[in-house]
Design a protein around this ligand. Structure first.
Ligand code: ZN
Length: 305
């Protein structure tokens, strides 16, 4: 038996599967994210119940950050400098009672989503996949051949500084920079500017918001493309529920990149290069299960080399 856990800012999703079948979830639960003791205690109870016939073979953990993902560090798996009340310097593996005997892979939530989508979702069949989420925060994760691309650290893509939409003087909400990507285009930024979450905006506000947000998201997508050159970018998160935003971001990306990447699929907005997730909010926990599976034994490569 293996377990996959995704800890999010508002909820934790925890699932178990047979070790040989990480894609087939046997049982899954959702737990509200409250205090570390209460939340992780509930996860621990779930794990213990499923480990009653023997220890878990491995656990995958996709955690909200900042989280230490360096497996050589003594604080591997710790939530580090988060502003989330009570969670700073939380030793998650210890709180889950995993000890040193259960193999554990820790990645960020968005890296877990990238792995999940690549192994079982919208990224299937593509060797290099980026997952960009635009929600409470903005983050990016990368998977190469089904594994995390970065092993010791994770990017903070949300703080990328952007060129301003013409005439936009919204100061932004990032406590560090004001108008970085997260300050301008995250869910809280949408609420601060238009008074409600993106999916609840009226038609007039939507018409105003879409081109502005698309302009900012396209810059992020261009930065990912220029830097990592993935085969596919999966664009998820609550802000993408704004009607028309995905399509507008794709079109804006093609305009923004112009001739710099001649023939690249992004120059055709309908190519699917930027696409929606297939697994929705389950992407992270699926990724965590696949990572747990990989710890137990070698797996067949995704693509023959
Ligand atoms: Zn910032």
């Amino acid at each position: 038996m293996i377990a996959g856990i995704e800890t999010g800012g508002t909820k934790v999703i925890c699932a178990v599967a047979e070790t040989a079948a990480p894609g087939s979830i046997i049982e899954q639960i959702r737990i509200p994210t409250t205090s570390p003791a209460e939340t992780l205690g509930a996860v621990r109870s779930f794990l213990n119940r499923h480990a009653s016939s023997g220890a878990l073979d491995a656990v995958g953990l996709a955690a909200f950050g900042p989280v230490n993902v360096d497996s050589s560090s003594p604080s591997y798996g710790w939530i580090t400098s988060t502003p989330k009340p009570g969670w700073r310097n939380t030793d998650v593996p210890r709180a889950l009672g995993l000890g040193d005997t259960v193999p554990l892979q820790v990645v960020t939530d968005v890296t877990g989503a990238a792995v999940g989508e690549q192994r079982a979702g919208a990224g299937a069949g593509f060797r290099n996949v980026a997952y960009v989420t635009v929600g409470t925060g903005i983050g990016a994760g990368f998977a190469a051949d089904g594994s995390p691309f970065l092993k010791r650290s994770h990017p903070e893509m949300g703080h990328q500084l952007l060129r301003r939409y013409p005439g936009d003087d919204f100061p932004g909400i990032c406590p560090f920079h004001g108008d970085c990507a997260e300050g301008l285009a995250s869910g809280p930024a949408v609420r601060a500017r238009w008074g409600r979450p993106g999916e609840l905006l009226d038609a007039a506000a939507t018409a105003e918001a879409v081109p502005v947000l698309a302009y900012y998201l396209a810059q992020l997508l261009a930065a990912v493309t220029y830097t990592v050159a993935p085969d596919r970018i999966i664009l998820g998160g609550g802000v993408l529920q704004l009607p028309g935003l995905l399509s507008a971001a794709r079109s804006q990306l093609a305009v923004l990149v112009g001739g710099a990447l001649d023939g690249h699929p992004l120059t055709r907005p309908d190519s699917g290069y930027v696409c929606s997730p297939d697994l929705g909010e389950r992407a992270g926990v699926h990724g965590a299960l696949y990572l747990a599976h990989d710890l137990v034994g070698s797996r067949a490569p995704l693509t023959a080399v």
